[in-house]
Design a protein around this ligand. Structure first.
Ligand SMILES: O=C(O)CCC(=O)C(=O)O
Length: 287
């Protein structure tokens, strides 16, 4: 497996070819340990400074329990907190263990929080986006993913264009390792080259209700690559690439931050779950 490094930037032909062939790309040392620690601390601050007891929304990709969940469906232009499926959500436990039961924070951290804003807007990211084919890259959503020790939930195999769809497709995930991610704490697993296959499902609003529609019955290829990465690495994920991460049963967390980018030249249908009526999309350069 080829990993590249920040010193290889701007992206060279070898990197672009790897991306085109495999549908993912790893750039090690993209962020410094200090940059990672700054947003780890900020996630902790956000948990401390929000009342987690006024909602009990679980993020569970196996049962898709968030499909009818207004708190989730309205979160595209907000900062909201989603719990691990295996968390004990009794009030006392939420108060006592709140740092160990949140599955993720989403979905507009990159716009609404100054520390995440700084982390998310960099010229190097804009340059990468242009090199992999974007004309007008715009940041659509961000998520802070905790993959908590012992109870960090599985993320079932999926393609990101299922959830964030443009016509033609353009979604790419920029996934930042804030801590080492490895087989034991639930690193990403990808089906390399699987982005060349069809899009299988669409998460689409039909008659005011979110539905998961099958649009192609071809099975996902087996994931064949464990993307074990060090803290500070950036992993790019093509919107059609089947990817997955297993439960984290280890004693170590696996924090990551991810931004999903679309091309503003492409149509973003209003049946997508994520809508941001009052929050215009911005690029990595903040324009
Ligand atoms: O971090 C993970 O385990 C999964 C992330 C993911 O699927 C995504 O960002 O699209």
């Amino acid at each position: 497996m080829n990993y590249f490094n920040k010193i290889d930037l701007p992206m060279n032909n070898e990197m672009v070819n790897f991306w085109n062939e495999n549908g993912y790309l790893v750039i090690e040392d993209f962020n410094s340990a200090e940059e990672c620690d700054k947003i780890i601390d900020r996630s902790s601050y956000l948990i401390d400074n929000n009342n987690l007891n006024n909602q009990k929304s679980i993020f569970d990709t196996i049962n898709q329990s968030h499909n009818d969940d207004k708190y989730f469906l309205d979160s595209g232009d907000k900062i909201r907190f989603f719990f691990e499926e295996k968390a004990d959500l009794e009030k006392n436990n939420i108060d006592k263990n709140k740092h160990f039961i949140v599955n993720k924070i989403g979905h507009a951290l990159h716009d609404l929080d100054e520390v995440f804003h700084e982390f998310s807007h960099k010229k190097e990211l804009q340059d990468i986006a242009i090199k992999i084919g974007f004309k007008k890259p715009k940041l659509l959503q961000s998520m802070y993913i905790f993959k908590q020790p012992k109870i960090g939930g599985e993320v079932v195999c999926h393609q990101d264009s299922t959830f964030l769809y443009t016509e033609p497709e353009s979604t790419v995930g920029f996934w930042f390792a804030l801590e080492d991610a490895n087989k034991s704490n639930g690193c990403l697993q990808v089906a390399s080259g699987g982005h060349k296959g069809p899009l299988r499902k669409l998460f689409k609003k039909v008659d005011g209700k979110m539905k998961m529609l099958d649009i192609n019955n071809e099975e996902f290829p087996e994931t064949d690559t464990f993307v074990e990465v060090k803290k500070g690495s950036l992993v790019l994920l093509h919107g059609r690439l089947p990817h997955y991460s297993c439960e984290n049963t280890s004693p170590n967390s696996r924090h990551a931050y991810t931004i999903h980018v679309i091309d503003q030249n492409n149509d973003y249908p209003d049946w997508n779950w994520l809508q941001r009526p009052d929050l215009p999309l911005k690029s990595f350069m903040n324009d």
